[in-house]
Design a protein around this ligand. Structure first.
Ligand SMILES: [Zn+2]
Length: 131
């Protein structure tokens, strides 16, 4: 990949990271509120559940973005962690934090419920430690 493309992607990733940090800073939304009637309590519990999921998603997203920026710097960006082939530029443009080519991502998504990624791609254990 061209140096200029890398720089552009890094700028996009950094902007996303800032955005996630900003969103995750609004923790007050999961303040534990209590409501006198049951319907309100159920609704509050649901809202809290959604907020927690968003935060979990946000943190895993932030980890992925940080890893992608590190990979730009160590020169491994754009190489699939699963099969070590090049990830298509089209895919990188759409999902700049991805670490997998579309084929490996599909396999991961299908297997996710059962074996851990680490069992699926043994060398990921190392990648994960670095990340
Ligand atoms: Zn792959």
């Amino acid at each position: 990949m061209e140096q200029a493309d890398m720089q552009r992607i890094e700028r996009v990733l950094r902007a996303m990271l800032e955005n996630s940090e900003h969103t995750l800073g609004r923790r007050d939304e999961i303040a534990i509120e209590s409501a006198p009637d049951t319907i309100d309590r159920v609704q509050l519990a649901e809202e809290r559940e959604i907020a927690i999921r968003q935060i979990e998603f946000g943190f895993s997203q932030m980890r992925n973005i940080k890893t992608a920026i590190e990979r730009i710097h160590d020169g491994s960006y754009g190489t699939c962690l699963g099969c070590e082939s090049d990830i298509s530029p089209k895919r990188l443009a759409a999902v700049p934090w991805t670490m997998y080519c579309i084929g490996c991502q599909d396999k991961l998504d299908r297997e996710r419920a059962e074996p851990e990624d680490e069992e699926f791609f043994p060398h990921l254990r190392h990648a994960r430690r670095v990340a």
